[in-house]
Design a protein around this ligand. Structure first.
Ligand SMILES: NC(=O)c1ccc[n+]([C@@H]2O[C@H](COP(=O)([O-])OP(=O)(O)OC[C@H]3O[C@@H](n4cnc5c(N)ncnc54)[C@H](OP(=O)(O)O)[C@@H]3O)[C@@H](O)[C@H]2O)c1
Length: 314
């Protein structure tokens, strides 16, 4: 099976690279044609239709895994066309190509398609109502892929982090070395989800998809929520990060963390207050059960500790 992995240097893309190789021949693609570590790979710019079509044709893919995205949520408010090109219009091109050549598409989306005004975990078919440009562009991308007629899995996740890349955990670890006190938002609720879990569950879904009888397989394509189980606020996540990092010997001292309201930390893009996604469909259709976010945190802190001791990341 030929697999094209778009966005192979992102948090999720990087974690997908090795496990996808167990499923088939992987062509990795990044914006600069280089993988983390320096190896050459396919170069692709999702904002450039010709570049994207060329990559699709070159790869001769039977499965396209799209981990690339415009993810700068605040910057998107000033760059709506760029966000739309990468998160929406590229999906129309990928979908069209996949439908024509009977390829399947795995695509990632976000809790930001919802407005966060709920107290119940969001289900796949709940009404979407994005609060900002990023969420709107991701929702438009989902819809373009659905409309293409290509067989697809849209996996909505949230609060993604990893031992590398730009994320909340890495920011907290850096700030811990610089400040005695941090103020962190306590009224946004979600489920921090490690990128390596997203990769692991994606591969498991693809494996189980192949094992399903044809009729069941067709019904199994569609949209799924895929996040860690349980929930917390950013403030609670920060406290847990410092606790685990201290226990792992990553921090000598832990800063004081003060809970604040979103209104005390204004950002260009509004964020959903309640981002918890319901993973029940994933369990029902694929018998895959998400684990609590705190377990994921321990694993990622372990990865940070071993990467630091081997000098891989600072
Ligand atoms: N991060 C989160 O908290 C979060 C939450 C919910 C859902 N998601 C979704 O999960 C998926 C994976 O997110 P992530 O956290 O792994 O994102 P990420 O770390 O920001 O990685 C995104 C990757 O996309 C690449 N990319 C951006 N624009 C591109 C372009 N024009 N052409 C080619 N590649 C381009 C980036 O390349 P460069 O390395 O060159 O910039 C980067 O490697 C995305 O669909 C995202 O919307 C993420």
């Amino acid at each position: 099976m030929n697999i094209l992995l778009l966005g192979a240097n992102g948090q999720v893309g990087h974690e997908l690279l090795e496990p996808l190789r167990d499923l088939g021949e992987v062509t990795a693609a990044t914006r600069d044609g280089r993988l983390v570590g320096g190896d050459a790979c396919l170069r692709v710019d999702l904002a450039d239709a010709e570049s994207l079509r060329h990559a699709l044709t070159q790869s001769n893919a039977q499965v396209i895994v799209n981990a690339a995205a415009y993810t700068a949520v605040d910057q998107a408010e000033d760059e709506p066309d760029q966000a739309d090109a990468i998160n929406h219009r590229a999906l129309a091109i990928i979908g069209e190509w996949a439908a024509r050549y009977a390829a399947r598409v795995v695509h990632y989306s976000t809790d930001y398609v919802f407005d966060g005004k709920s107290e119940q975990p969001w289900r796949e078919d709940d009404a979407s109502a994005p609060l900002g440009v990023y969420g709107r562009s991701k929702l438009d991308g989902e819809n373009a892929l659905r409309a293409s007629g290509a067989e697809h899995l849209i996996l909505r996740t949230a609060w993604v982090y990893a031992a590398r890349g730009k994320n909340f955990l890495r920011t907290m670890l850096r700030l811990a070395g610089e400040r005695d006190e941090l103020r962190v938002v306590n009224d946004q609720i979600g489920a921090p989800t490690p990128a390596h879990w997203i990769a692991e569950y994606t591969v498991a879904m693809l494996e189980r998809m192949v094992q399903k009888p044809e009729q069941e397989r067709e019904a199994a394509f569609g949209t799924y929520h895929l996040t860690a189980s349980m929930r917390c606020s950013w403030f609670e996540f920060a406290e847990a990060i410092f606790e685990e990092a201290k226990a792992a010997g990553l921090l000598d001292r832990v800063p004081r963390v003060l809970p604040i309201a979103t209104s005390e930390y204004p950002t260009p893009a509004r964020r959903p207050a309640f981002s918890v996604l319901d993973n029940a469909k994933l369990a029902r259709i694929f018998d895959l059960h998400m684990r609590p976010w705190r377990e994921g945190l321990k694993e990622v802190i372990g990865q940070v500790a071993s990467a630091r001791s081997s000098g891989e990341i600072s």
